[in-house]
Design a protein around this ligand. Structure first.
Ligand code: FRU
Length: 494
């Protein structure tokens, strides 16, 4: 009897220990991007900073690893790099799902939700979703976001529409009131509302249709973004998500309406990869620097990606600014500086003038890599990462068409037809003095590429085995000069 108890407990102990060992180190699990420990995740929600903590809420299914039972999951971080996952913050209830939205720190207790004198509640503004109706609702927390109560007077905004969602609220200082940007998805419009107390809302204006109207508009975010090199100066930038990609408009907001500066036919995309959607930003950081986080997945195949027991990751947090380029405003995105604290020792490879392929002297599955390329006309050149028995992921530049691209057609893609069909993605990029610079983050199943000082970013998922860890330079058609090749293993945040 005793022996069998001993055997059973040894077995159980062994299993628990094995589980502990593998959780967060499963195949495809990113090591320095946020992922929930288990179950489904989509959009980032309610990004808000309070008392030294960054709160990240997210669309979450607490019961399974596919979309459903949408609720707000929750994690917090002191540095936007290391995250603690907390219990579900706002749960689906009575058949009403908790769709995307934002959260604010109600410093002056305009809502009256504070439970003590001088306390500052967090208030979430989210879409309540049923199959026939979407409305805007409030929930509040007086314990630093740990527990939430839904407001008894919900909904606070109801147009009796099936599609009306993703409220994004911020404090507008000049008028001392709250502004809400909220999506009218099928009309390709963002509507603006104002309120003194987060409960009564009056309509201000609409923006759109404009730019990319090929898919329903979702997840608006409007914020003031610093102008590069002009201390203290800002522009207003409006972001929307549609059809698996994001776009932005740069202009001015006067407390009533948002007007684009150079209305043009050019569509400005925030990210040119295959997997970047629903990004929103922290607006109330200490230095007022907006920092955005996006969902690294694509609705075309999001539920089918081969990861378990979790699905989806968030992007690296990106510092946002704008600059003028050829008479037009462009968005600049840079991964937050603190990420360099995860770097291992720096490794170099010698400069190379290449007309063929060359394996680099370092390898890994979670790392940062930077380099510069100078191509001769007609060269298609770049770098292949996640190389191994099953293929490679290519990041390239075609100097003839002036296109920067990512290509995952040489990786495992047979788990889903739509994923396989969306293999290549890119955009025009003019070389600067003939040079292309690349800063690349590879993290198991995620690749983020920053080029041209952060004005061109490409994010993608790739499902390669841990043995596919080699890195190769390539140059086809003509020679390419590769310079300043630097590499850092990245430490795990787990
Ligand atoms: C965007 C979105 C939002 C919605 C949420 C539901 O990815 O479709 O419009 O609120 O996901 O999970």
């Amino acid at each position: 009897m005793r022996t069998s108890i001993l055997i059973v407990s040894l077995f159980l102990f062994g299993t628990i220990a094995a589980q502990k060992q593998t959780l967060f180190h499963e195949t495809y699990r990113p090591q320095f991007h946020f992922t929930p420990s288990k179950n489904w995740m989509n959009d980032p929600n309610g990004l808000v900073y309070k008392n030294g903590l960054y709160h990240l809420f997210f669309q979450h299914n607490p019961f399974g690893n596919v979309w459903g039972h949408m609720s707000w999951g929750h994690a917090t971080s002191k540095d936007l790099i290391h995250w603690d996952e907390l219990p579900v913050a706002i749960a689906e209830e009575n058949g009403i799902m908790i769709f995307s939205g934002s959260a604010v720190l109600d410093k002056n207790n305009t809502s009256g939700f504070a439970n003590a004198k001088n306390s500052q509640p967090l208030v979430a503004i989210y879409t309540g979703h049923t199959d026939t109706l979407q409305t805007q609702n409030l929930a509040f927390s007086n314990d630093e976001g740990l527990t939430w109560k839904k407001y008894a007077g919900n909904p606070v905004l109801n147009l009796h529409k099936k599609d009306f969602r993703d409220p994004n609220v911020f404090w507008y200082e000049p008028k001392q009131e709250w502004i809400m940007a909220v999506s009218q998805p099928n009309e390709h419009q963002i509507s603006f509302y104002a309120s003194g107390n987060l409960m009564q809302w009056k309509k201000l204006s609409d923006f759109g249709p404009r730019g990319d109207t090929s898919g329903v508009w979702e997840c608006p975010d409007l914020m003031q973004v610093p102008i590069e090199g002009e201390a203290g100066k800002t522009k207003w930038v409006l972001f929307t998500s549609q059809n698996s990609t994001m776009q932005y408009f740069v202009g001015e907001f006067d407390g009533i309406q948002f007007l684009e500066d150079h209305p043009s036919t050019t569509i400005h995309k925030q990210d040119h990869g295959t997997d970047y959607y629903a990004a929103v930003a922290y607006h109330n950081t200490i230095d007022k620097q907006p920092i955005s986080i996006g969902w690294v997945n694509n609705w075309e195949y999001a539920n089918a990606i081969p990861t378990k027991p979790w699905k989806s990751a968030m992007s690296l947090p990106r510092k946002l600014s704008v600059k003028k380029q050829e008479g037009d405003w462009v968005l600049v995105q840079q991964p937050i500086g603190a990420l360099t604290s995860l770097r291992g020792p720096e490794q170099h490879a010698a400069d190379k003038n290449l007309k063929q392929n060359l394996l680099l002297p370092f390898s890994g599955s979670s790392y940062e890599l930077s380099l510069q390329m100078q191509s001769q006309p007609n060269a298609v050149a770049g770098i292949r990462v996640a190389m191994g028995a099953y293929g490679y992921f290519e990041i390239g530049y075609d100097s003839k068409t002036e296109q920067i691209y990512i290509d995952r057609s040489h990786t495992v893609n047979d788990f889903n037809k739509k994923y396989a069909a969306i293999a290549k993605s890119g955009t025009i990029l003019k070389p600067e003095n003939g040079k292309i610079t690349l800063r690349i983050f590879v993290d198991a199943s995620i690749v983020e590429v920053y080029s041209a000082d952060g004005t061109v970013v490409l994010t993608a998922q790739v499902f390669s085995e841990k043995t596919e860890k080699y890195i190769q330079l390539f140059s086809d058609g003509a020679a390419t000069q590769f310079k300043n090749i630097r590499f850092w293993q990245m430490k795990s945040i787990r």
